[in-house]
Design a binder for this molecule. Structure first.
Ligand SMILES: [Fe+2]
Length: 281
């Protein structure tokens, strides 16, 4: 709203590669989930109702002037939303760390976020009133937001937005559906980085070799989806024929968002289409 008020026109004019330079009024952001990190990013995502596209909008004009980050606002968040938003935050941290735009500054934020989120996500899901877990998740999600604002997200987010837009799958859930497969596909291009994610998340011992640590990471991401009851696309109610029919469009939209270009292994549209087919279960 602040961006549109400053520029006029319609939201579609503001999507990437456009840069939103300024907003009309300062925004104070108060997150009520431990997830998007929107309160500390220059990114917003708005669905174009005419085309079902989840438009990525970026620029300093979308950066809140202040954030009030209070984990108590998440205590009443239901388990499903806790899981979906929490996996989103974990995905931000992992993608920021393996991003081609990662740097020494964003690395610390991404690793710090993983350290907070990984051991607390299951607890926050199973025990909504667990204040220590809620606090760690909130701090982790905000840190992860800072990490990806400085390093960008990558292929999971690029492919996730079209699934969300076409099939109304919540953002964190479509990330979760993609995360194990996209991570497995991307590992060969950044084995050391993914191995460090596994160690930082506490699922691989410090001395474990990179290949074994990467296997542990995939295992953990799959186990997490199981424990947090992440449905498959089919279980969510996505119809297979319709899904098949939009795979080409989804790959095109994913590519044009620019996020896949930040991935350690950059996919062609055909490779994205193959990944979309792989996660159909
Ligand atoms: Fe996200």
């Amino acid at each position: 709203m602040t961006a549109l008020a400053a520029s006029g026109g319609v939201m579609r004019d503001l999507k990437v590669p456009n840069i939103v330079g300024r907003g009309a009024v300062p925004v104070i952001a108060i997150p009520t989930t431990a997830g998007t990190g929107s309160e500390v990013t220059r990114v917003t995502v708005i669905t174009d109702a005419a085309t079902d596209e989840k438009m990525l909008c970026m620029g300093p004009g979308l950066m809140p002037a202040a954030a009030i980050v209070d984990f108590e606002l998440t205590i009443s968040l239901p388990p499903r939303a806790t899981a979906d938003t929490g996996i989103d935050a974990l995905t931000h941290a992992i993608e920021a760390y393996v991003s081609r735009k990662a740097n020494a500054f964003s690395d610390q934020q991404a690793l710090g976020a993983m350290r907070l989120i990984a051991p607390n996500l299951r607890t926050a899901y199973h025990e909504p009133d667990n204040r220590a877990a809620r606090e760690a998740m909130m701090a982790g999600a905000t840190l992860a937001g800072m990490a990806f604002s400085n390093a960008s997200v990558a292929l999971v987010h690029g492919m996730s937005r079209p699934i969300g837009a076409f099939f109304h799958v919540p953002h964190g859930l479509s990330n979760a559906m993609l995360l194990p497969a996209v991570t497995r596909w991307s590992i060969p291009a950044a084995r050391e980085r993914y191995a460090e994610c596994a160690r930082t998340m506490g699922v691989a011992a410090a001395g474990l070799d990179d290949a074994s640590a990467c296997s542990r990471l995939i295992h953990e991401l799959e186990a997490l989806n199981g424990e947090l009851s992440v449905p498959t696309l089919r279980e969510f109610g996505v119809e297979q024929a319709r899904y098949e029919s939009v795979i080409g469009t989804m790959a095109e939209q994913a590519e044009s968002s620019g996020s896949p270009g930040n991935n350690p292994r950059i996919p062609t549209r055909d490779e994205m289409a193959a990944l979309y087919r792989e996660v159909w279960i």
